[in-house]
Structure formats: structure tokens, C-alpha cells
Design a protein around this ligand. Structure first.
Ligand SMILES: [Zn+2]
Ligand SMILES: [Zn+2]
Length: 163
């Protein structure tokens, strides 16, 4: 049985989705990132680290007293990630950077999980375009920890503000 998350989307654990793979519409719905860039144009797709069959997105993280690198899944709705170095703490925010040039990723809006939480933006084009990007919360364990397309985030904000 699925559970609707805050965004009203059906939240199905990936393991259950895999079992329903015969459904063609399910495959169309799930979005896979195959190109991703830092704000300066470095590619952050990491072909050395695949998650659930697709090369992940490599990101550097820092917070007071800790830094490291992780790889997030390129599959929409997939929370799986590989920690390459350092440790993440549940409910704690990390600042996110390009693992190659060290530039900080841009932020779209605040996430509603914590007052200082941010929806970090990763561009799908070498030159950052907020309408052609993905976004996710930088707090470990947040429901918004798996990415959505930034256009969806912006639409949700507009809907909230108009209701
Ligand atoms: Zn870079
Ligand atoms: Zn959050």
C-alpha cells in the first residue's frame, strides 16, 4: 500500500516499485537524470558509482566538524545513496558543493522541514537554468531528500501561495 507524502504524490518504496516493473506507465513516470552539472559547469555524474542501475550524482558535503562526499541516486524518488567519506547525521543539514571545483550549489527555496533547511539545485545543463534542474533538501532524512524537478517545486510554491 502506498502512502501519500506532503506533496500529494504516492510514495512507494523502491523495492515495491521494482516488483511492479511490468507496468509501462510506471517506467515513464520515473525520471532518470543522465546529465548533471555544478554551477560552474563540471559534470557530477559519477560512472564509477551506480545506484540501482544508473550512475549516481557525486556531491561534496560540509557542516561544522565534518566533511565528506556522497553519491545520490539518479532515479527520481530513490533515497538510496553511497557515502564515499565522512558521515551524515539524521535531521542535520549539510552545505553541498561540487566535488571537482568546490563551488557551492545554488538554493531554490527553503524546505519546510526546518527553518534553515534549503532545497539545493543541481542543473541538468552546463549553464544553470532553474527551470531545467532538479532540487532536493539538504537535511538528512527529510521527506524531500530525494530530488524532484525544480519546475515542480516552483509550481507547488505557487499553488500554496494562491490557496
Ligand atoms: Zn564544479
Ligand atoms: Zn527538508
Amino acid at each position: 500500500m502506498g502512502i501519500f507524502n506532503k506533496d500529494g504524490r504516492l510514495n512507494i518504496p523502491l523495492s515495491k516499485r521494482e516488483k511492479n516493473k511490468s507496468s509501462a506507465s510506471e517506467d515513464e513516470v520515473r525520471y532518470i537524470v543522465d546529465q548533471a552539472y555544478c554551477p560552474k559547469g563540471c559534470t557530477i555524474i559519477d560512472t564509477a558509482h551506480e545506484i540501482n542501475g544508473s550512475p549516481g550524482l557525486k556531491i561534496k558535503f560540509k557542516r561544522p566538524g565534518m566533511e565528506g562526499e556522497f553519491v545520490i541516486s539518479a532515479l527520481e524518488g530513490d533515497f538510496d545513496k553511497i557515502i564515499l567519506s565522512g558521515t551524515l547525521a539524521d535531521g542535520v543539514k549539510d552545505e553541498l558543493y561540487c566535488p571537482h571545483c568546490g563551488v557551492a550549489f545554488e538554493k531554490l527555496i527553503n524546505c519546510n522541514c526546518k527553518t534553515d533547511a534549503d532545497m539545493v539545485v543541481i542543473g541538468l545543463t552546463p549553464t544553470l537554468d532553474f527551470n531545467n534542474a532538479i532540487s532536493f533538501c539538504n537535511v538528512t532524512g527529510c521527506d524531500n531528500g530525494t530530488f524532484v524537478k525544480s519546475g515542480h517545486v516552483l509550481r507547488h510554491i505557487r499553488l500554496k501561495h494562491s490557496s
